[in-house]
Design a protein around this ligand. Structure first.
Ligand SMILES: Cc1cc2nc3c(=O)[nH]c(=O)nc-3n(C[C@H](O)[C@H](O)[C@H](O)COP(=O)(O)OP(=O)(O)OC[C@H]3O[C@@H](n4cnc5c(N)ncnc54)[C@H](O)[C@@H]3O)c2cc1C
Length: 423
């Protein structure tokens, strides 16, 4: 399948985590003549390569939490899952700590959902907090009070946060994860082409007939009855070009990330943190000498980007300052000095309900696996399996208990809490 007019069982557009997962599961279900087409130079050229790649299971819906739990199981047994002797996903599991305001009433319903799904979690007592995470100040004030204090106002009231610890979560290497899944697909016969863009999708009588590729050598045509749109923030452009846009409003939004090196010796372990009180999340890098930080506020997910190939890829100075201030309030062990850098990547936010679409479009044979907002990385090991069931009526690698129709394009909007950030 490397030139001229060729044929494939399916063409997958994009080699991020979704394209890689779809390829692996479709190949496992027996579709061997697969072609993954990636316009970038390598795996993870889009959102995947910018992902902070946190893996947690707390969601608003039973089905999404279940999907996250199943995906966590894949990360925990990664080598068996991808069936490769050497892997690059490098899952690290320090656990995930959620902090909520002391008057937040949502904790009981989260715990109930954890119990139903079978997620291991604990609400930390005062003693647990000090013993498990001695570097954290659990009484750190919310941002408005921090600002008032910095402006010379009164010392804020103590705000002892409610702390919920998910024992099994963590993070992984996003590009390594995608590479492993793609290698698993290649081991079953799939092919991948880089520096190659899908520029058109041919159809006749309401059915897909093939794709046109743009390569350095010119245009090529590949006949195929199946095209899977895994183009991340570029997916809406592809839908529009084909003439079958989704009924959901998907928007590419700029998401900022700050990293800071540190030399301080921590008193204890640092979990992945989602601080809903002050508004930031953070985790250590695998080497443990750097923190990676972002925002958990919905207003920081709103900056729409018209062209995913042209946006400001560095974080703004005020954003960096704010996030670092919040870190220093919550983790006073960190000194304010230290080498800071930053970048920005893109979410593909589903403005209807923050959840993706995994479904066939009105054009038969053309499937969407799009609109993952800030959640696609952790859910990716299962996403391709749901797609595979949709396409072939059978599972790829293992069986999922998540209903394959859950992410249908004509669903009722799913309920979300916390402004769609935890979703
Ligand atoms: C800053 C940031 C932090 C995040 N943090 C987390 C997190 O902690 N946990 C989590 O679960 N998720 C997180 N996410 C979300 C997650 O990373 C994404 O949902 C996921 O990576 C989406 O993968 P994808 O394969 O759909 O898209 P992408 O990775 O964008 O892949 C799409 C690919 O398609 C290619 N492409 C596009 N158009 C074409 C074309 N016409 N022809 C050929 N190739 C094409 C692109 O080059 C790209 O490589 C984060 C995302 C960002 C940006």
């Amino acid at each position: 399948m490397a030139g001229g007019n060729t044929a494939a069982d399916a063409v997958i557009v994009g080699a991020g985590v979704m394209g890689a997962s779809c390829a692996m599961h479709l190949a496992s279900a027996g579709l061997r003549k697969l072609l993954v087409v990636e316009k970038g130079r390598g795996v993870g050229s889009g959102s995947t390569g910018r992902s902070t790649a946190i893996i947690r299971q707390t969601y608003s819906n039973y089905e999404v939490s279940l999907m996250a739990k199943e995906a966590l199981g894949c990360f925990q047994n990664w080598r068996d899952f991808v069936e490769l002797p050497e892997t690059r996903a490098n899952f690290i599991a320090p656990g995930v700590l959620f902090l909520f305001r002391k008057d937040d009433q949502g904790l009981a319903s989260i715990l109930e959902l954890h119990r139903r799904v079978g997620i291991r979690s604990t609400v930390l007592s005062g003693g647990d907090k000090a013993r498990m995470f001695p570097d954290l100040d659990f009484a750190a004030a919310p941002p408005e009070e921090v600002a008032a204090l910095e402006a010379g106002g009164a010392e804020p009231e103590p705000h002892e946060a409610q702390a919920l610890f998910e024992h099994d979560g963590g993070f992984a290497d996003p590009v390594g994860t995608a590479e492993d899944m793609l290698d698993a697909a290649r081991a079953l016969g799939a092919q991948a082409r880089f520096n190659t863009a899908v520029t058109a999708i041919g159809h006749q009588g309401g059915r897909v007939t093939g794709v046109t590729l743009a390569t350095a050598g010119g245009a090529e045509r590949v006949s195929t009855p199946l095209v899977i749109n895994c183009a991340g923030p570029w997916s809406m452009g592809l839908d529009a070009a084909v003439g079958f846009p989704l009924p959901h409003e998907l928007v590419a939004t700029r998401i900022q990330v700050v990293t800071k090196h540190f030399g301080e010796k921590l008193k204890g372990p640092l979990p992945v943190m989602a601080d809903m009180v002050t508004g930031f999340y953070g985790r250590l890098e695998a080497g443990g000498r750097q923190v990676v930080l972002g925002s958990v506020l919905e207003e920081d997910e709103r900056e729409a980007v018209a062209d995913p190939d042209d946006y400001n890829e560095v974080a703004d100075a005020p954003f960096r300052e704010r996030i670092l201030t919040l870190l220093h309030h919550r983790v006073p062990t960190f000194k304010t000095r230290g080498r800071v850098s930053s970048y920005a990547g893109l979410y593909t936010v589903n403005r209807v309900d923050s959840h993706p679409i995994i479904d066939e479009s009105e054009l038969l044979g053309y499937y969407n696996v799009n609109g993952w907002s800030g959640h696609g990385f952790k859910l990716s090991p299962i996403a391709g399996n749901l797609l595979t069931y949709k396409v072939l009526g059978q599972w790829g690698r293992g069986k999922s208990e998540v209903p394959p129709g859950f992410f249908a394009r004509d669903r009722q909007p799913l309920t979300t809490h916390w402004g769609g950030v935890i979703a």
